[in-house]
Design a protein around this ligand. Sequence first.
Ligand SMILES: Cc1ncc(COP(=O)(O)O)c(C=O)c1O
Length: 365
Amino acid sequence: MKHSFPVTLTTHPKQKPADENNLGFARFFTDHMFLMDYDEGQGWHDGRIVPYEPLSIDPGSSVLHYAQMMFEGMKAYRRPDGRLQIFRPDMNVKRMSRTAERMCIPDLPEGVLVDAIEALLRVDADWMPKTPGTSMYIRPFIFGDEISFSAVAVDHYRFVIIIAPTGAYYGSFTGKLSASRIYVQDKYIRAAKGGTGYAKVGGNYGGAMRAARDAKAANCKDVLWLDAAEHKYVEEIGTCNAFFRINNEVYTASLDSGTILPGITRDSVIQLLKSWNIPVHEGKLALADVLKASEDGSLQEIFASGTAAVISPIGSLTFEGKDYQVADGQCGELADRLYNTLYGIQTGRIEDTMGWTHQFDIVVE
Ligand SMILES: Cc1ncc(COP(=O)(O)O)c(C=O)c1O
């Protein structure tokens, strides 16, 4: 059953960003947002589209103190024929369910996420950017909204979706992705076994900010996280999953420990590599082996994967004050091929033989 939602249109449309080449990442939100409420006993109810405006929230609301919240991150792309599509939304739905379970947040009814996104994109279709490399970033989130200082799950929740036209991640994309310097963080950890690492919750990100400050101070773009127990094995890079290519084989941390986020781009990269007959291992990879490979020349590539940038090549690692270069320090051939294939499928420029895209009946001329 498809859900439909009442729409209240804004009477004060905002000025749209004038320069699509300067959108940045989620800086301008559209004219409308989606809202839905949950009350114990009644379940999720009253999904609706309303003008975008500040939410009113009681200062005693538990989310502001104990962070019972969750979110997702997705993008809508405009195909060459003008039709809008999203990428593997079934995976976001599954990840939301796992996060909701971990946070004692009630799961959404089946189909609500995708139907709500479609309804919001339809109302704000004239905000869809058209310049190559741009997309519409989609941020669904749910938070416990109840006045309570008891650190237990509450009975009332709000589900919100906001969307923002977003620029090309690589601002000056000239056909070659630019490689970044990454700081190996061996003091602070992101997530431990039994924690919330596999869930998409705000606390994971707030707790990571102190570590990211070290990276910036060392003139690095982001952090390479190590495992919490031994500070020995590589896990994720900032808000992305991490891949290492050594001697023509690709390594990435497995999902078994529950400490890394099961990225949708990560899963897509693994499937593409397998379809290209490139060996890919999901398991433990010691930082020491990566550094050794950098020194003996067998480290061919490191790249990060995620919705925001798709694929980000890494040019060097900084560890204990020393720089370890990754091959020639430039974007590697696999990162380049993966970026072009994934981004091509996402934007409808490459045929989707994997069945990954979900097209809407919304055309933006
Ligand atoms: C911690 C973390 N790891 C990995 C990812 C990549 O996930 P995805 O490919 O689904 O965007 C993200 C981004 O959502 C993230 O926040």
